[in-house]
Design a protein around this ligand. Sequence first.
Ligand SMILES: Cc1cc2nc3c(=O)[nH]c(=O)nc-3n(C[C@H](O)[C@H](O)[C@H](O)COP(=O)(O)OP(=O)(O)OC[C@H]3O[C@@H](n4cnc5c(N)ncnc54)[C@H](O)[C@@H]3O)c2cc1C
Length: 421
Amino acid sequence: MSSQDLIVVGAGPAGLMAALEAARAGARPLILEKTPRAGTKILASGGTRCNLTTTLGSRDAARLFGRSGERFLRGPFQALSPQALRDAFSEWGVPTQVAPLEKVFPVSGRARDVRDALLKVTLAAGVEIQYDTPLLSIAQGEGTDAPWVLRTPNNDRLESKAVILAAGGKSYPLTGTTGDGYGWLKSLGLPLIEPRPSLVPLRSNAGWVRELAGVSLQDCELFLHPSDGSPMVSRRRPMLFTHRGLSGPGPMDLSGRISAMGDNLRVDLRADLLPEIDRDTLRDELLSLGSIPGRPSTARLLKGKLPKRLIAPIFAACGVPIDLPAATLSKSQRHGLIEALKRLPLPVQGTLGYDQAEVTAGGLDLPALDSRTMQVHNRKGLFVCGELLDLDGPIGGLNFQAAFATGLMAGRAAARSITGN
Ligand SMILES: Cc1cc2nc3c(=O)[nH]c(=O)nc-3n(C[C@H](O)[C@H](O)[C@H](O)COP(=O)(O)OP(=O)(O)OC[C@H]3O[C@@H](n4cnc5c(N)ncnc54)[C@H](O)[C@@H]3O)c2cc1C
């Protein structure tokens, strides 16, 4: 059995940042990485452009992780703010630029630059990475001060005073993340919030939805009324119709709530297709359209406001004939059309699952660890960071931000626990 001061499990953004910070604080970390490469998800991220963080300030960014996530991330996001992360990458030779929806990308537009810079600085700090080395199990020896014992293939055993678990979730399993970390948490008797796919496109069996594949709305507000009685959630973000259902930031941001419904799936999802225009304005526009000579059709209301292909399904949804002259529109038809525009029901049967999910929601229950150190309570020397925690944010660089910030906290605290500084 060989002995180490600090072992980091997983060379994703959380693990690399943790190891880098630990090395800078005087530790000699060894990273065990299951696959032959580091930062695979960074390479795949943001359409290979890597949306590495957000333009939001620390507080606003933390708020997007729900109430418990916000409380937990307040400290980490102060220690490593989105701006500080941008500054760090800039110093490492990867300047960043701002894109719509508060996103931040490398100026080069290449995710590889982000991964390479992080890897280079981590290795330069003295971190060692052992590739193709999956952790199989972890246990603590007898006594609270006993080292952690880690088992890797060929019955190899490693001992370490401190361990940082940064093995990610179980989304995009082809990249190497197959949910191994959840098994370790369970075997250690730690509380686990059931993992579920998040930031994943939604599945719809409705013919009209699939026929709209390729149609996108840049401004659309979605309303989800969960069937489990939890409060309604809404998200105003772009939406895209696909041949399998709905995608884009709006539907994907709500997908975690939908996959949480599990088998009791009765999704009440509605879209405000014109969030900039209120009901009264639409009503006035319809009335004035009705008084224009030449009997224009009701559909003219939507000219230039919505993609052409979307217009027929909207009329079908409210039962108003698409060629009905606006002058003959009854009060109830007017009401029906306005409701179809402001709350169009979107039939959804679930999500596309882990294979297409950008993140895994659920994970180690946050009260189980100290957000100042990422150390698990009453488990001296055991730290957890990144997506393995019960943290998931919306699209927009928030998940990398959380991985980097929690990794930094874990690395610093783990080094302190070893060096005593
Ligand atoms: C297609 C795609 C696009 C994305 N785009 C964005 C984006 O633009 N912006 C954003 O903020 N987020 C994005 N995400 C989410 C983001 O990639 C994750 O939130 C982030 O990578 C989590 O970091 P992590 O270090 O916790 O885990 P991971 O990045 O998943 O890293 C975990 C590492 O642990 C390794 N590992 C797993 N099991 C073991 C084991 N048994 N032993 C040893 N090593 C193990 C894995 O191989 C992996 O290298 C995207 C995700 C996907 C899939």
